[in-house]
Write a protein of this length. Structure first.
Length: 329
């Protein structure tokens, strides 16, 4: 989407080393020289896609760069933190470009920056803006990400899902779980670990796998969940597999891609869960009441039941993964 803006800002590949913070794995980056570009991207699926395209990809910036391009995320504190990180890695006189969609708040962050330093160049295209900050050193050092405490004993960082408080859907799901759970469980899309910590309080759990695509959220989960039964996996939940099937999957799947609702994400989580469960294994999940997940569950599980919820959420349980396909063969 932003390729048109990048073409305006960068008619030629910038000289020296280039730092990019925040990139969709499929977007057009042909204007940049891959051999001189470091991309910092923490989402597992984008990270892997960019690496496959020949870019150097990391989860944190290291070294000094002549040019930096920051993609503005929706969370204001997370946007500030990205800008502070980029500024800290620029050489003296380096160029800091700020890019984002209007729906993600790029105009408001540019307005805030104008109170600190001049913006020497602005291009508006494709429902967004890209701008060049004249003095990257004007970015305040205290814009660096500061830890948040969403619940006693838990730490998060700005920009993570439900970073400031426990997600009410996860809380509803935790309350609906039975006292005894299966021995080997996967928390699919574990975030910063609150739901996993609740799972580990139940009888029967010998091994819990936390699967999360957001590298920073998983790093927080490692701090928040110190139980030795926990295993951590930085991976896209939609195609995650373990060497052996598990007895249980518990999940609160996302249903937004950016600002747009995308029930297909939850459907992909359901397919992934079905693929890693034994036939007698069980899935527990929470979803917003209006999302039509029952049909997808019924494609992959023999038995689907709503076991709880309210006007906002529904708690669904399913078992018999693979039974239907076996009957057809």
């Amino acid at each position: 989407m932003r390729a048109a803006r990048l073409a305006l800002a960068f008619p030629d590949a910038p000289p020296g080393r280039m730092l990019i913070l925040g990139v969709d794995g499929a977007e057009d980056l042909s204007v940049f020289a891959a051999e001189r570009t470091l991309i910092v991207e923490g989402m597992a699926q984008h990270h892997a896609a960019l690496k496959a395209r020949g870019f150097e990809v990391a989860t944190e910036a290291e070294g000094q760069f002549e040019t930096a391009l920051v993609t503005i995320p929706r969370a204001r504190a997370a946007a500030r933190a990205r800008l502070a990180e980029a500024a800290a890695h620029l050489v003296e006189g380096g160029a800091l470009w700020i890019d984002g969609q209007k729906t993600d708040g790029v105009e408001s962050i540019l307005k805030e920056i104008k109170s600190l330093a001049d913006i020497s160049e602005v291009h508006a295209k494709a429902h967004g803006k890209i701008a060049l900050l004249s003095d990257p050193g004007a970015i305040p050092a205290d814009w660096q990400a500061q830890p948040i405490s969403p619940a006693p004993g838990f730490t998060t960082l700005p920009g993570m899902f439900s970073a400031e408080s426990v997600d009410p859907g996860s809380a509803a799901l935790a309350a609906a779980l039975p006292d005894k759970l299966p021995m080997r469980i996967v928390d699919l899309g574990a975030g910063w670990g609150w739901l996993s910590a609740q799972i580990l309080t139940h009888r029967g759990v010998d091994e819990l796998h936390l699967v999360e695509a957001d590298h920073a959220a998983l790093a927080c989960a490692r701090q928040n969940v110190t139980d030795p039964r926990a295993r951590f996996h930085w991976a896209d939940a939609r195609n995650f597999r373990l060497p052996e099937p598990v007895n249980g999957v518990i999940m609160n799947p996302p249903f937004h891609q950016g600002r747009a609702a995308d029930p297909g994400l939850g459907a992909a989580f359901i397919r992934s869960a079905a693929g890693m469960l034994t036939g007698a294994g069980r899935l527990w999940m929470v979803a917003n009441r209006h999302l039509p997940y029952e049909a997808e569950l019924s494609r992959h599980f023999a038995d689907v039941t709503e076991i709880g919820g309210d006007t906002r959420f529904k708690i669904l349980s399913a078992t018999g993964a693979g039974s239907k396909s076996r009957r057809k063969t």
